[in-house]
Design a protein around this ligand. Structure first.
Ligand code: IPM
Ligand code: MG
Length: 356
């Protein structure tokens, strides 16, 4: 059966990197992948055209699709807009509307890039870490929120960190299941020494661990986790954490792999439907210059094949092709080091297609 893929390129480098990922999909179609692409607007591009960063039409296409491929949203141009219509709202809106609560962010170091990391080779060599980030709750979505004016005329900004037991349980289950299939070690990251909400998070994870005798659960405060990620990242197998802590820690983890331009992600709902996107942003400073690294988006396609399209073999092929291209010493600017061949966004996409 033909599967439907919604393609939402978004802003900044989004259209460039998504174009390269689409090249991969088109190539796999020749090998029998049965998919149909439908394009939609999101973010600033959608705001400019329709007045909202998440048009109804985009939601409709995305709801009907089996999987969604997303580029990135945001840019200087829209920074002064009211927060309710900023590009980022489009991304948060679609995550929430489609209930994509489980965000998987693998950080894997390709051995060829050990020199591209700012950390010492021996610290990062062999790194294979999975961050499971809760994506539709926590302080990103908690009510009340806003900016109010106090009696003395001073302004006060406020947001709410809130998690229900059921929300912690469902993201916990995803993380435990993943840990079961890996090395069986799960580290839950919280700030239980200060925040009641994450004290409940910790208790809930601990209760859940009774159902997973084959997984070793540990807990870590987020400040320590940030430190441990750069001190000794290989101690981790799977990490599970809240929306905001996961946002921060996954950026940190990305640098262990050499560049934020290398990290893909999958955001899944309860039925395995997913949205796939690089973890990096829209990088408006380098947009339109053909220098962005498309590999995170291309690797997101591999995740889509694995988690939504049931094509593990094709996913493996993409990952191997990326490895081949790195063996051929092709590098975009962000992962370039001396002696390598520097190439652009489109050339990198072509090189991966050739390696496929
Ligand atoms: C990410 C991004 C988003 C987030 C932004 C663009 C809203 O940083 O996917 O990590 O904070 O979730
Ligand atoms: Mg982020």
């Amino acid at each position: 059966m033909t599967k439907k893929i919604a393609v939402l390129a978004g802003d900044g480098i989004g259209p460039e990197i998504v174009a390269e990922a689409v090249k991969i999909l088109e190539r796999l179609k020749q090998d029998g992948l049965k998919i149909e692409l439908e394009y939609g607007l999101i973010g600033g591009a959608a705001y400019d055209e329709t007045g909202t960063p998440l048009p109804e039409e985009t939601l409709r296409i995305s709801r009907q699709a089996d999987g969604i491929l997303l580029g990135a949203v945001g840019g200087y141009k829209w920074e002064s807009l009211d927060i309710s219509v900023r590009p980022e709202k489009g991304l948060l809106g679609i995550r929430s509307a489609l209930n994509l609560f489980a965000n998987l962010r693998p950080a894997i170091l390709y051995p060829q890039l050990a020199d591209a990391s700012t950390l010492k080779k021996e610290v990062v060599a062999g790194l294979d870490l999975m961050i499971v980030r809760e994506l539709t709750g926590g302080i990103y979505f908690g009510q009340p929120r806003g900016v109010r004016t106090l009696e003395n005329g001073e302004k006060e900004g406020f947001n709410t960190l809130v998690y229900r037991e059921s929300e912690v349980n469902r993201i916990g289950k995803v993380a435990f299941d993943i840990a079961q299939k890996r090395q069986g070690r799960l580290c839950s990251v919280d700030k239980a020494n200060v925040l009641e909400c994450t004290e409940l998070w910790r208790e809930t994870m601990t209760s859940l661990s009774n159902d997973y005798s084959d997984v070793e659960l540990s807990h870590m405060y987020v400040d320590n986790a940030a430190m441990q990620l750069v001190r000794a990242p290989k101690q981790f197998d799977v990490m599970v954490t809240t929306n905001m802590f996961g946002d921060i820690l996954s950026d940190c983890a990305s640098m262990l792999t050499g560049s934020i331009g290398m990290l893909p992600s999958a955001s899944l709902d309860e039925n395995g439907k997913g949205m796939y996107e690089p973890i990096h942003g829209s990088a408006p400073d380098i947009a339109g210059q053909n220098i962005a690294n498309p590999l995170a988006t291309i690797l997101s396609v591999a995740m889509m094949l694995r988690y939504t399209l049931d094509q593990a073999e094709m996913a493996d092929r993409i990952e191997k092709a990326v490895s081949t291209v790195l063996d051929q010493n092709f590098r975009t600017a962000d992962i370039y080091s001396e002696g390598m061949t520097k190439i652009g966004t489109a050339e990198m996409g072509d090189a991966v297609v050739a390696a496929l």
